[in-house]
Design a protein around this ligand. Structure first.
Ligand SMILES: C[S@@+](CC[C@H](N)C(=O)[O-])C[C@H]1O[C@@H](n2cnc3c(N)ncnc32)[C@H](O)[C@@H]1O
Length: 241
């Protein structure tokens, strides 16, 4: 039986070139900037990965990780499946069509949760519930990789970011029928569940941000975190915000 179509399906074939035209390589840099720090992860939940660009790089970089890729759009997941097909790690990926707001997730099962450019799809009144569900699926010792847009500090940068975000939200509300209308910082919602910031990289003066969070029963050493200093790090090829 053909799964029902989702508004994001229509974007699946165009997603990569739309992104390339608007942001060049920067979104992919943002998604993958912390990959060296994920070498110890064994079971990942990749939420709303779209056409699979992060998933493919995770499988390449970490030969021991198994990943569940969860997305509400069958079209996006089909594109992701095509992308990883033929990779040596393809057999370690499982594709699940589902809504992160309602799909059954195993408890405390994943040592890595990834939310790149997906939590911005949810309005504030849904976001806490989504984050709570994902935190419950994350193991007591786990990492959470979260990449998204952000509103940088500073009057002009902040205003420019808000203007750009207003345009992007208008476009995605129309094309993908997302219900969110503004960006919410998910940091405090993630922190509530015992995750602490471990590393952060920014691009475009802080408009793009990748944050790695850690929830650990033991303090992580800089070595286990991949040698980069905890706290902040400048983006690979990117600029500090
Ligand atoms: C803006 S795209 C981002 C895709 C990708 N993560 C990236 O880095 O570009 C949002 C993705 O989240 C998925 N998505 C939106 N709402 C979702 C939901 N409720 N549950 C699961 N996936 C969802 C969409 O299908 C789409 O693939």
């Amino acid at each position: 039986m053909t799964p029902p179509r989702h508004p994001f399906d229509a974007l699946a074939a165009h997603y990569w070139w739309l992104e390339t035209v608007t942001f060049g390589p920067l979104l992919q840099r943002c998604r993958t900037a912390h990959l060296p720090r994920l070498a110890g992860c064994r079971r990942a939940l990749v939420v709303g990965d779209g056409d699979g660009r992060f998933l493919a790089e995770l499988l390449r970089a970490n030969p021991a990780v198994a990943a569940d890729s969860l997305d509400i759009s069958p079209g996006m997941l089909a594109a992701a499946r095509r992308r990883v097909r033929g990779l040596p790690g393809a057999g370690r990926a499982r594709f699940v069509v589902g809504d992160v707001r309602t799909v059954a997730l195993p408890a405390a099962a994943y040592d890595l949760v990834v939310t790149n450019f997906v939590l911005d799809c949810f309005p504030a009144d849904q976001l806490a519930g989504v984050v709570t569900r994902l935190a419950a699926a994350a193991a007591p010792d786990s990492l959470w990789l979260e990449g998204d847009f952000a509103v940088p500090a500073g009057r002009w940068r902040g205003q420019a970011a808000r203007l750009a975000l207003a345009g992007m939200y208008a476009a995605f509300r129309s094309a993908a029928r997302i219900s969110a209308a503004e960006l919410v910082d998910v940091g405090p919602l993630i922190a509530v569940h015992g995750f602490a910031p471990a590393a952060e990289m920014t691009w475009l003066g802080g408009f793009l941000r990748s944050r790695l969070w850690t929830r650990s029963t033991q303090r992580m050493s800089p070595v286990s975190m991949g040698r980069l200093p905890l706290g902040t790090a400048s983006g690979g090829g990117g600029r500090r915000g």
